[in-house]
Design a binder for this molecule. Structure first.
Ligand code: ADP
Ligand code: MG
Ligand code: MG
Length: 248
């Protein structure tokens, strides 16, 4: 059981951004992707989630044997793919509690409903584990939230939706050390043989708290290097430049 990406090429407008990307994320493992700004990290995560701005020109993405590129965005979510955005969206007029409840409801068979008592019990327990004030249930999704509060809220959504594969795109950016620890603990609590993680980060720091099984480097639209956790430390020390294809 895994997500398998083969020779993925994708463009936005006329610009090719992913240029033959290969990656496999088995269930039960945490894979980190590191890479310079503009390498295509966010592009990759949005394409897996089904963002409509990008055109996949060739290659494939499979999840547990299913063709992900054939699925609509909401099908991908129901099938168990979760993406925590680098810049979480605000959804004015929709409370956090109702937003998560609607997402959970959409997965139930026709006619079945979420039990409200059990739902709030679960929601509050998970908010407590993330040190989130309960007043956030009634507030509009991410509206007026600080950077750290938004990221914490993404982790709450992830905990509630219980995905098979979770992608975190620079969840560490803009977090102070306390928020980083809380977010990382949230992720670590969700590590399981039944779930795969793709953790995207520009900096090694996050990987002190979320220990990856495998580290990949994405540069110029391709995975250019794969290794163990020590690769992250090496990148921290040497930077990304020595990994770029040699200039001609
Ligand atoms: P990363 O997340 O690794 O920093 P991105 O995936 O955000 O990189 O961006 C990869 C490249 O694609 C960059 O050169 C960026 O400028 C370009 N790009 C991303 N989104 C758009 C867009 N909507 N329109 C045009 N170019 C884009
Ligand atoms: Mg970037
Ligand atoms: Mg990015």
């Amino acid at each position: 059981m895994s997500i398998i990406i083969k020779d993925l090429h994708a463009k936005i407008g006329d610009t090719e951004i992913l240029k033959g990307l290969n990656l496999e994320i088995p269930k039960g493992e945490v894979h980190a992707i590191m890479g310079p700004n503009g390498a295509g990290k966010s592009t990759l995560s949005k394409i897996i989630a089904g963002h409509e701005d990008y055109e996949v020109t060739s290659g494939s993405i499979e999840m547990d044997g299913e063709d992900v590129l054939e699925m609509e965005v909401d099908e991908r979510s129901r099938a168990g793919i979760f993406l925590a955005f680098q810049y979480p969206m605000e959804i004015p007029g929709v409370s956090n509690a109702n937003f998560i409840r609607a997402a959970l409801s959409s997965r139930l068979p026709e006619g079945q409903e979420i039990d409200a008592v059990a739902y709030y019990k679960d929601l509050y327990a998970k908010m407590d584990s993330l040190n989130m004030d309960r007043k956030f249930t009634g507030r509009a999704v991410n509206e007026g939230f600080s950077g750290g509060e938004k990221k914490r809220n993404e982790i709450l959504q992830m905990m509630m939706l219980d995905p098979k594969y979770a992608i975190l795109d620079e969840t560490d950016s803009g977090l102070d050390i306390d928020a980083l620890k809380i977010v990382s603990e949230g992720v670590n609590m969700l590590r399981s043989p039944e779930r795969g993680f793709l953790v995207i980060t520009h900096y090694q720091r996050l990987l002190n708290y979320i220990k990856p099984d495998v580290v990949h480097v994405l540069a110029d639209g391709q995975i250019v290097k794969t290794g163990g956790p020590e690769l992250a430390l090496e990148l921290e020390e040497k930077g990304y430049d020595h990994l770029q294809p040699a200039a001609v």
